[in-house]
Ligand binder design. Structure first.
Ligand code: FAD
Ligand code: SF4
Length: 456
């Protein structure tokens, strides 16, 4: 489309681009799909779900029109089950394990999960009750999926739970990080409300280590759950990063989720650096903001990229181009300090590293320039090393070290869960894993006080 025409696109048109893409099932579609399930004994789909949702049971309840029961089955195993219905890589998890893969197509478990949880959202159902107060106080640092999940379980056991959240709103990356055309904020807010209804106190705009000291937490609470996730996108350590037009992918996506959609990319060329889910989300958002051309640069090949297959396909459908074996050498600016291009190296793969992926090496003399009006950095996330050190617990490069069974840190009064314990080279972190670890952290703390084993 010619640029003049593109520039007439209104902000309202752009906002429409951020509406949820995937349509939910109709009643009839849901019932038909639910009736295809074989309700397998020893169902492999349950084992493939990190939170162990009783999938055949929730599907059976849809088939018998018991949507309250179905949503309870889902949410009791996964406190962020409505978000997961939209963002889980189901083809790698439950649907990938469905026995029907061998004969026909797998049950669309994610869409059925969405159908049941959407019903609970639309009908404003409160699914759980708080436990009888036991007089013990737990502080949770971070209100993302891991913190919410831990809070929900602890509140059901009767703990007095306070969540401290640095951001203005709770929900973590479900609220601010995962693009709204896949996960609208209202879904995340409903999950937060479910936890609030269990008398969990939420203190937002409260950053531990800055607004409230670690000392204060240690003195006023019996136990601490550390669920602070990861931080912003790290520096590329190349020339030109401070130019006008260079963005942090997470902040970039956050702006689109918090109503700051603008027309500054209409007709522009965008280069995204990185090939994880964050990079894909940054690229897809650029397309939806009207960019004329979006290229993802990755220093390795499609084989090694960490983005999920469905994200990759989604980006290709949005017209995003991929430049494999390409790494930035510097970002080039004009005399006004505005981005005009990225000088790149061609790369080749060297020996495999400890995580099995080959180390990329720049090919000498291969430099060339890709013209660009904006650059989005998406090469992972930094770690909350400062906070971890203030808490005085062991970590390796900002990854908190925990006992894998109990998620206990080197301080027995602190457990940690979610992205803050997620190590490098393990693919991309997932909401569903954070949710499961939140549950495990809650059960481990409860066991410290009661010696009672809880279902994990
Ligand atoms: C762009 C993007 C797209 C993604 N897409 C997917 C996807 O499609 N599917 C999927 O399964 N996963 C996806 N993920 C990963 C997923 O979002 C994370 O694995 C998950 O959110 C981790 O949950 P968490 O609770 O550990 O951390 P977070 O969601 O990061 O929550 C941590 C919370 O702690 C707060 N916090 C941090 N420091 C402090 C402090 N000092 N004091 C108080 N609060 C603090 C933060 O503000 C934040 O709210 C994506 C991630 C990104 C960045
Ligand atoms: S494996 Fe497939 S068919 Fe069997 S219970 Fe799970 S969803 Fe149903």
């Amino acid at each position: 489309m010619p640029i003049e025409k593109l520039q007439r696109i209104s902000l309202m048109d752009l906002e429409l681009n951020f509406q949820e893409v995937e349509q939910g099932f109709t009643n009839q579609e849901a019932i038909e799909e639910a009736n295809r399930c074989l309700y397998c004994y020893d169902a492999p789909c349950i084992k493939a779900c990190p939170t162990g949702i009783d999938i055949p049971t929730f599907i059976k309840k849809i088939a018998s029109d018991n949507l309250l029961g179905s949503s309870k089955t889902i949410m009791s195993s996964n406190p962020v089950g409505a978000s997961c219905a939209r963002v889980c890589p189901t083809e790698e998890l439950c649907e990938g394990a469905c026995v029907l893969n061998h004969s026909t197509t797998p049950i669309m478990i994610g869409k059925l999960q969405r159908f049941a949880t959407d019903w609970a959202i639309q009908n404003d159902r409160t699914l759980f009750e708080p436990g009888i107060p036991n007089g013990r106080k737990v502080a949770i640092i971070g209100a993302g999926p891991a913190g919410l999940s831990a809070a929900r379980e602890l509140a059901r056991y009767g703990y007095e739970v306070t969540i401290f959240e640095a951001a203005e709103k709770a929900g973590g990356l479900n609220t601010y990080g995962i693009v709204s055309f896949r996960l609208p904020q209202r879904i995340s807010y409903w999950e937060v409300d479910q936890v609030k209804k269990l008398n969990v106190k939420f203190l937002t705009n409260a950053k531990i280590g800055k607004d409230i000291s670690v000392q204060e937490l240690m003195e006023n609470f019996d136990r601490i759950v550390l669920a602070a996730g990861m931080g912003h996108v790290p520096s590329l350590d190349i020339e030109g990063e401070s130019l006008d037009g260079v963005h942090d992918a997470i902040e970039f996506v956050k702006a689109t989720k918090t109503g700051k959609v603008s027309n500054h990319l209409i007709g522009k060329r965008v280069v995204v650096i990185g090939a994880g889910n964050t990079a894909i989300d940054g690229a897809n958002c650029s397309v939806r903001l009207g960019a004329e051309n979006v290229k993802i640069l990755y220093r390795r090949t499609a084989e090694e990229m960490t983005a999920y297959d469905f994200e990759y396909e989604f980006a290709k459908m949005d017209g995003v181009e991929f430049r494999w074996l390409t790494a930035p050498k510097r970002i080039i600016g004009d005399e006004n300090g505005k981005v005009i291009g990225v000088e790149c190296y061609k790369m080749k793969l060297g020996e495999p590293e400890s995580d099995g992926r080959c180390w990329p090496i720049a090919v000498e003399g291969s430099e060339y320039v890709i013209p660009a009006d904006a650059v989005i950095k998406a090469i992972g996330q930094t770690r909350h090393t400062d906070l971890i050190e203030q808490l005085g617990i062991d970590h390796r490069g900002g990854v908190v070290q925990v006992n894998p069974e109990t998620l206990q840190t080197s301080n027995p009064k602190i457990v940690a869960c979610g992205d803050i314990i997620f190590g490098k080279g393990k693919g991309d972190a997932m909401v569903v894993t954070a949710a499961q670890q939140g549950k495990m952290a809650a059960y481990a703390l409860h066991k410290q006080f009661t010696s009672v084993d809880s279902p994990v």
